[in-house]
Design a protein around this ligand. Structure first.
Ligand SMILES: [Zn+2]
Length: 860
């Protein structure tokens, strides 16, 4: 009785209703009454039952359970991957304002289960994981997606649980008090709530209307006065960095990005440290022309006025060769204000490459440089930016090439190659956290760089590791990628001195924390600086039975803006509860669950092995399918032994199957730096990027509708073609496809593509002459098709939620007529791109075989 006839029909119907209140499509099976789940799921509808819901969970309408036979529903309907989760359905009176924005959008805050079991035993019985995915910021720049701000510095918090007042509290006792929605304590309403300016009432307050708000914090929220944004650049200047062009590229990128570095108040400071086997500091004098009487206000140096002006007007290089106890060669002038020293900084960056042009020193004393940079910023805190292209070879933190060949693809691989080779990087991370220092790594390796070890420093200081394998400035595309990403990174509106805490209703405990930060105490996550391009996951446990019809979660990020304002970003999410396992399944969020298991599998690699990580994914999938069969499928459907799962979870097996084949977990030999970078990505990427990296979007271009690649006049965005399943089996051999895995783009040219198609895309007729590999499409002004494809590529690259700039690789598909002695590069590239066809067999099993193996296990 629980199978859903006509899902496609329903999809259409519900899409027309536009349940989710946005341009996005809604998930189809939300229940029989289309009024349910309006907006973000608050009941605005006319169903009289809903009015009664504040007392009994039982009368709350729930998302309906629909069942899919996974093997029958084949190929998997991948459009589901772009749908929002099953809506959160709350009672009418759950919030003060009843506006849809009262509950957090899944873009910011989403739970693996949009209906939560009331007891731990029910949760355990369901075998579904309970966790929240948190993404406090969805864009790199505040201006792109600003949230409402509470500006009057009146912050009402619960006296007992310290929750911030929010749309889910209730006013009681003649509105004199508010009842905390997390712990039920009654608190006094601040008098300021009823003495507002411009005729506003307490009900107009942003924090009572919006689930995601920023509070401007009063001074008691500051441990110390706001510190300026600080960047210390540690730049490798060894012969390797000179030869592969990293030094020149980085210096130019910083030079061209000086205006992009946040510096509203002119307080931002920078320092530069050039590193080979010695530390090269730069004493940077102030620009004489910008000197003004007010400059005494800051604590910069002013005491070198008696020195010669000529010497002073240029940056001065000071070399320290003592790596054991690196000291600062002069007390000041090393960490300088960007605006005060602008022209000298420009001079330095313009000359930096030339200064080391003839350098033959092959070493990179990264550890001593990190200690020196730390010493420099310790009183203030800041962001250390490491730009390196070789293995740290001198001083503390020196690393050696680890022997890969004998362990790659073997049981000991994770322990031998993914562990930190030197404890310095973890212990130094603790030091950095104490002094509010974040470390970011941009690793432009020409050979092994031990990403696994180095990534520990960003991981525990809320930074990020960016890996550019085989990078060389000789390739224009490499220069573009590094400079665009590094520049985007520098332009990001980071927050400083941040801590995040997540609170839940009574009975809910925050159990485990995943993401790049330092876990300072049991539930406090510390971020010396808070980036805008990462996601976080917290596993929750149920400690007590829940008696309320819905529970609330609240995440709060206390931080300092780059403009020097102390703020708190608060995110609120309420979720209904149930005693019924079918309701739990019907509201489960498959993308959040995939994110959950990705984090668990990453953790498993570090604690055990790659095999254990893959086994973990298989085990959980099997258990969920078993429970579903036992608990949610009421009738045994005869001998055909279907493999069933709720329709809202029908992409979960596909995602977990793809994850097993991901470069982070797959069997076989993978260079360990690539492994480590992939694990790092899955452990920190925001959910949409993580999902796309696991299961790529593949667009069919040769047969796309006429409007695809053109601007939609309503949304002013490029209209994208339909996605197709990630399998080479259904690819046309004469077709043209674009593969987007969130990190790279592949333009797959079918080996039998007709000359006209090749002409329209590349401007030449002969497929054997098209460029293959990392390159850009030519601009063909007389080919509208070429223009449309470039628009689509541009539109994917224009994502402002991450710093990534996706390189394009042109790949030629196989063809019977191709010469046998095709180049090694063509073959390797094709193999790489083919690994994106995650539904195919590849070296393990196809998705259909994967499902078949589960059907066998379950029917036994
Ligand atoms: Zn409370």
């Amino acid at each position: 009785p629980q199978s859903a006839p006509g899902i496609d029909q329903l999809t259409q119907q519900f899409n027309d209703v536009n349940l989710y209140g946005s341009a996005q499509q809604s998930y189809p099976p939300v229940g029989a009454n289309p009024n349910m789940g309006m907006g973000m799921g608050m009941n605005m509808g006319a169903n009289p039952n809903m009015q009664l819901s504040s007392h009994a969970a039982a009368v709350l309408p729930m998302n309906q359970l629909y069942t899919t036979d996974l093997l029958n529903d084949f190929p998997p309907p991948i459009k589901d991957l772009s749908l929002p989760p099953p809506p959160v359905i709350l009672p009418n009176d759950a919030t003060l304002s009843q506006r849809p924005e009262s509950n957090a959008s899944p873009d910011y805050f989403r739970c693996t289960l949009n209906t939560i079991p009331t007891t731990n035993s029910l949760l355990k019985r369901s075998k579904l994981p309970l966790g929240v995915v948190i993404r406090p910021y969805t864009t790199l720049h505040e201006s792109e997606n600003p949230v409402p701000v509470v500006k009057d510095t009146v912050i009402a918090r619960c006296r007992r649980c310290r929750a911030y007042i929010n749309p889910f509290v209730q006013f009681v006792q003649s509105d004199r008090r508010w009842r905390c929605n997390l712990c039920a304590l009654q608190n006094d309403v601040p008098s300021a709530f009823d003495n507002m300016e411009n005729g506003r009432t307490r009900y107009d307050r942003e924090e009572l209307n919006y689930a995601v708000v920023d509070f401007v914090a009063p001074s008691q929220y500051m441990v110390r006065s706001p510190e300026p944004l600080v960047y210390v650049f540690i730049i490798e200047v060894s012969v390797i960095a000179v030869k592969n062009g990293m030094l020149a590229t980085v210096a130019r990128t910083i030079l061209e990005s000086l205006d992009r570095i946040p510096n509203d108040k002119g307080l931002t400071r920078v320092a530069f440290l050039a590193v080979d086997s010695a530390l090269h500091y730069f004493k940077i004098p102030e620009s004489t022309k910008s000197s003004n009487p007010e400059k005494d206000d800051d604590n910069d140096d002013d005491d070198d006025e008696d020195e010669d002006d000529d010497i002073n007007s240029q940056p001065q290089m000071l070399v320290v060769s003592d790596l054991d106890e690196p000291f600062l060669p002069c007390p000041d002038g090393l960490l300088v204000r960007l605006d005060q020293c602008r022209s000298q900084i420009e001079t330095l960056l313009a000359n930096l490459n030339d200064m080391f042009h003839d350098n033959l020193n092959p070493n990179f004393a990264l550890g001593p440089a990190l200690k020196a940079a730390h010493k420099l910023v310790q009183p203030i805190g800041g962001r250390i930016q490491v730009l390196g292209c070789s293995l740290p070879s001198l001083g503390v933190g020196k690393l050696n090439v680890r022997e890969e060949e004998s362990v790659s693809g073997k049981p000991k691989e994770a322990q031998t190659l993914m562990s930190a080779a030197d404890s310095f990087y973890k212990s130094f991370a603790v030091e950095c956290n104490k002094s509010q220092v974040t470390v970011d790594m941009f690793l432009c390796s020409t050979s092994y760089q031990d990403v696994a070890t180095l990534a520990n420093l960003p991981r525990y200081t809320a930074g990020q590791t960016h890996f550019y394998p085989a990078w060389s400035a000789a390739k224009e595309e490499d220069v573009i990628k590094l400079s665009k990403e590094f520049s985007n990174h520098l332009s990001m509106d980071v927050a400083l001195e941040a801590v995040m805490r997540v609170r839940g209703s009574n009975g809910i405990r925050m159990a485990s924390f995943y993401g790049n930060f330092f876990n300072r105490s049991s539930d406090l996550c510390s971020f010396p600086s808070f980036p805008r391009d990462q996601g976080y996951l917290i596993e929750m446990s149920l400690e007590d039975n829940i008696t309320k019809p819905y529970i609330c979660l609240q995440a709060a990020v206390l931080h300092t803006t780059v403009g020097g304002q102390r703020r708190i970003r608060v995110l609120n999410l309420a979720i209904p509860t149930t005693t019924n396992i079918a309701d739990v399944f019907a509201s489960a969020d498959q993308l959040a669950i995939a994110n959950f298991y990705a984090q668990k599998a990453v953790e498993k690699v570090f604690s055990n092995s790659f095999q254990d990580a893959r086994d973990l994914l298989m085990k959980h999938m099997l258990e969920i399918l078993q429970v579903y069969k036992k608990e949610c499928v009421s009738r045994n459907v005869g001998s055909s032994s279907p493999l069933q799962l709720s329709t809202n979870l029908r992409m979960l097996p596909l995602l977990l199957h793809s994850m097993i084949k991901h470069i982070a977990f797959r069997t076989g030999k993978v260079p360990s730096d690539h492994r480590a970078a992939a694990l790092n990505f899955l452990g920190s990427a925001p959910l949409p990027k993580l999902i796309k990296n696991i299961y790529p979007s593949i667009y069919s271009l040769h047969n796309m509708e006429d409007e695809c690649g053109l601007v939609d006049e309503n949304t002013e965005t490029i209209i994208m073609p339909n996605s197709v399943n990630a399998t080479a089996v259904t690819l046309e051999r004469f077709g043209l496809y674009l593969i987007d895995n969130a990190c790279e783009l592949f333009l797959w040219v079918g080996g039998e593509a007709v000359p006209q198609l090749i002409q329209d895309v590349f401007g030449i007729e002969d497929i054997s002459n098209i460029p293959v590999g990392k390159c850009e499409l030519p601009v063909l002004n007389d080919s509208p098709f070429n223009q449309r494809i470039r628009n689509i590529i541009q539109s994917i690259r224009d994502d402002h939620s991450v710093i990534t700039w996706q390189s394009l690789y042109v790949v030629k598909g196989p063809s019977p007529s191709e010469p046998i002695a095709r180049s090694r590069e063509v073959a390797a590239l094709r193999m790489w791109a083919s690994s994106e066809f995650v539904e195919d067999k590849q070296s393990t099993i196809s998705y259909r075989e994967f499902l078949g193996s589960f059907r066998e296990k379950i029917s036994n």
